[in-house]
Design a protein around this ligand. Structure first.
Ligand code: SAM
Ligand code: SF4
Length: 327
């Protein structure tokens, strides 16, 4: 599938639920109101939509949320999509998780053909972890990571840079990842759900993180391109990769290869726009109808995102939280 800017679209990110067992301060409100269950796609509906996308040329699917591993139908989705790997256009299935349930699910994930997972972790300090996630237990995540590593899942850690919260330990996170042989990607806070300007207070530019890390490590630029927003550097004389996702300091849209399916069945062809195509009704009709709407969403994919973190533009930002659209 090609969009109107001649970009090949072959990557689908799927939010399977808006629910989560954590309440990260940059993602959710403390008192979250989740969507009515009746609005959330069932695992069968997720599978049907993914199947239509795969028929149309999607080669890579990332399952995300909310927290995907707390969805009841997750084993059904993993089983269905796992069987599609290399038996269809689908070449890779991956997962982004907060890691709290990894100790239970690492084996199932591996068994269903997933080779790489992203695990979100913003600190190695259990008290700080509890605060950032509003209640999370770091030990459980570390236990899950240990099992994942042991059974051979490749892990990338996602760390959001948070002003006045974890900036002073980002080098420790890198050291820990080197030790564990995990890659790491730093992420700038994105202006989703800008209520009370909280994101503005949390935002810390990755240009500063990069300068800080450059003083400690010998970093080499790479031309690794996953078609996504990450720019990678390598630590000299090692295989250790460090990624930077910088939607606010560096526009990455020209090589964008992805679209997003929300847990309610909407396709957002750009994370940074409010326009969407709703697939829910088409699910009741036919696969042909579903595919026509998917193609329409690709046609509507905008040239670039509209993220801005400046205070005066806060009201222009996105009313959706990351858990519904899928980060
Ligand atoms: N619950 C899973 C997890 O935390 O990995 C998957 C969903 S979470 C929404 C996916 C990613 O989005 C996480 O790496 C998280 O750090 C990131 N994220 C959430 N809100 C964000 C925000 N406002 N800005 C930047 N990244 C955000
Ligand atoms: Fe949950 Fe992930 Fe959002 Fe944290 S970032 S609240 S783990 S969905």
């Amino acid at each position: 599938m090609k969009d109107t800017f001649d970009r090949e679209i072959n990557y689908l990110r799927v939010s399977v639920t808006d629910r989560c067992d954590l309440r990260c301060i940059y993602c959710m409100k403390e008192k979250m109101e989740f969507l009515p269950k009746s609005e959330i796609l069932s695992s069968e509906e997720v599978n049907n939509i993914c199947s239509a996308f795969i028929d149309l040329g999607i080669k890579k699917i990332r399952i995300t949320g909310g927290e995907p591993l707390i969805k009841k139908g997750m084993p059904t989705i993993l089983d269905y999509l796992g069987k599609k790997i290399n038996n269809s256009n689908l070449e890779e299935l991956t997962l982004t998780t907060n890691g709290t349930q990894l100790y239970k699910y690492a084996e199932v994930i591996k068994k269903n053909g997933i080779k790489r997972i992203n695990v979100s972790l913003d600190t190695l300090d259990s008290k700080k972890y509890l605060k950032i996630t509003r209640g999370g237990n770091l030990e459980k995540v570390l236990e899950g990571l240990k099992i994942a590593k042991k059974i051979g899942l490749k892990v990338k850690i996602n760390t959001v840079a948070l002003k006045n919260i974890n900036i002073n330990e980002l080098d420790k996170m890198v050291d820990w990842c080197i030790n564990k042989k995990f890659d790491i990607t730093f992420i700038e806070v994105m202006p989703m759900d800008m209520e009370n300007d909280i994101r503005l207070e949390q935002y810390y530019p990755l240009t500063k993180v990069r300068s800080f890390l450059k003083k400690r490590y010998s970093l080499e630029n790479t031309n690794i391109n996953t078609g996504g927003p990450s720019k990678y550097v390598k630590i000299k004389n090692s295989n250790q990769k460090i990624g930077f996702i910088t939607p606010l300091t560096n526009n990455f849209c020209e090589s964008c290869n992805r679209v997003r399916l929300t847990c309610t069945g909407r396709i957002y062809s750009c994370l940074g726009h409010n326009k969407f195509v709703d697939l829910k009704e088409a699910l009741l009709k036919s696969k042909k109808h579903l595919k026509a709407l998917i193609l329409k969403s690709i046609y509507l994919k905008p040239r670039s995102h509209e993220f801005e973190i400046q205070k005066e533009s806060a009201n222009k930002n996105l009313e959706r939280t990351m858990n519904v659209t899928g980060g």
